[in-house]
Design a protein around this ligand. Structure first.
Ligand SMILES: Cc1ncc(COP(=O)(O)O)c(C=O)c1O
Length: 412
């Protein structure tokens, strides 16, 4: 039997679209502003995951009958994500999270002692730690590209990044690392332009892009297609389950980088002595992973697609982040990190008491959490971050602004 029975067929049929907001149990009992930490999982994505577990048990779990279902689920998501990334599916590898999508292809490149890695100064500490270990193992050098202080308009920011990059590149620069959307300030980096600039540089350094805050929040195709490594996760702005991410890899990287963690899924053929990795990005996949997560992420992406194009979804996100940013400007003692309304959904700010003494971000976040509103602190720079997604309502933003206003007035 290779065809699921009628009951299974009925389960996997697409459901009638229900607006995303109405599908998020996490939003029923709280006001949520941590989409950049983890997105809420829609009910029908959770149902798709449990259905997939059930289907796998009914067909297998390990049997000739189950593989067509597993392959269909994985291939379908690869194609859908490839469309989002603007690349051919052959350039897309599945990973567990953003970090492994950054690290696995990077560690497989042929490094030489003395090579320089130019790293933006607003990168995530987990990715930075992996780069530092790489540096240590191969006697490389890290140099820094200042971008955290670029808090103004998009055009001025892009121009400054271009100038600073030009000044920082040396003949030994082999890699540039930048996030598409900076997780701390919320600023947008001009990734496609950076890729063009690196291509024109004599050494053509690799470009690694951390897309943790971009996939699901803004259109990524131009940037993902231009980078050498563009790593994302499904569990933040895509509202998918935790444990599944994807990385888009350039053709030149695929031709040069060897897999770092090798397993049966890296291989072009099954069986001992079959030899040879996949020629495409699957060489960076390792071994058994959780197929039901693929079904869950596919459903979440479908739900986002039903909300509009990537551009329309970003407009909705920006409407609420703009509302929040403007509201923050009116609260005495509050200082937003960005001097202009955010280019996407990340809004970071500091707070001070009426006398001017800084308020402890952790104390503010704790107090608001006790009132049912969830934000987070960031360590560097020390601040509070609130995220708005397309499901965020104007009333939620108003309530948050009221709560922050009271916290600032009463110094908690
Ligand atoms: C910019 C950035 N990079 C990397 C990570 C780590 O993500 P993951 O756990 O999916 O590797 C995060 C998580 O918050 C992040 O914001």
């Amino acid at each position: 039997m290779t065809d699921p029975g009628p009951r299974l067929k009925q389960r996997s049929e697409p459901q009638r679209p229900v607006p995303l907001r109405d599908q998020l149990p996490a939003l029923a009992n709280k006001t949520y502003f941590n989409y950049g930490g983890q997105g809420p999982l829609p009910q029908s994505s959770l149902a798709a995951i449990t259905d997939a577990f059930a289907t796998i048990q009914e067909l297998g779990p390990f049997s000739d009958n189950v593989w067509p279902y597993v392959n269909r689920t994985v291939t379908g998501l690869r194609q859908r994500l490839a469309d989002w990334f603007g690349v051919a599916p052959e350039r897309l590898a599945f990973t567990e999270n953003v970090t492994s999508g950054c690290v696995l292809p990077l560690w497989g490149l042929p490094w030489q002692a003395g090579d320089e890695l130019l790293i933006g100064d607003a990168e995530h500490y987990g990715v930075v730690a992996a780069l530092e270990e790489l540096v240590h193992r191969h006697q490389l050098r890290i140099t820094s590209l200042a971008v955290a202080d670029l808090t103004g308009e998009a055009e001025a920011t892009a121009e400054a990044v271009g100038e600073r990059l030009e000044a920082a590149l040396t003949p030994r620069t082999r890699l540039v690392v930048l996030s598409h959307l900076l997780w701390n300030t919320g600023q947008l980096m001009p990734i496609a332009a950076v890729a063009g600039q690196l291509a024109a540089h004599p050494g053509h350094p690799w470009l690694l892009v951390d897309g943790a805050q971009s996939l699901g929040s803004l259109p990524v195709a131009a940037a993902a297609a231009a980078a050498d490594i563009y790593a994302c996760t499904g569990h933040k702005w895509c509202c998918g389950p935790e444990g599944l991410g994807a990385v888009a890899l350039s053709s030149r990287l695929l031709a040069t980088s060897s897999p770092t963690l090798v397993g049966w899924r890296s291989l072009a053929h099954d069986g001992p002595g079959a030899g040879g990795y996949h020629g495409d990005a699957r060489r960076f996949e390792v071994a058994t992973s959780c197929t039901p997560l693929f079904a869950g992420l596919a459903r979440s992406l479908e739900l986002l697609e039903a909300e509009g194009s990537a551009e329309e979804r970003l407009r909705a996100i920006r409407e609420r982040s703009g509302q929040l940013w403007h509201g923050l400007q009116r609260i005495p003692g509050v200082r937003s990190l960005l001097q202009v309304p955010p280019p996407a959904g990340l809004v970071s700010f500091t707070m001070a008491a009426p006398g001017g003494a800084p308020l402890d971000p952790a104390a503010v976040v704790g107090r608001l959490g006790a009132q049912g509103s969830w934000l987070r602190t960031l360590e560097s720079p020390a601040c509070i971050r609130a995220c708005t997604h397309l499901v965020t309502t104007a009333a939620e933003v108003d309530r948050l602004l009221d709560q922050l206003s009271v916290a600032a007035k009463t110094a908690l």
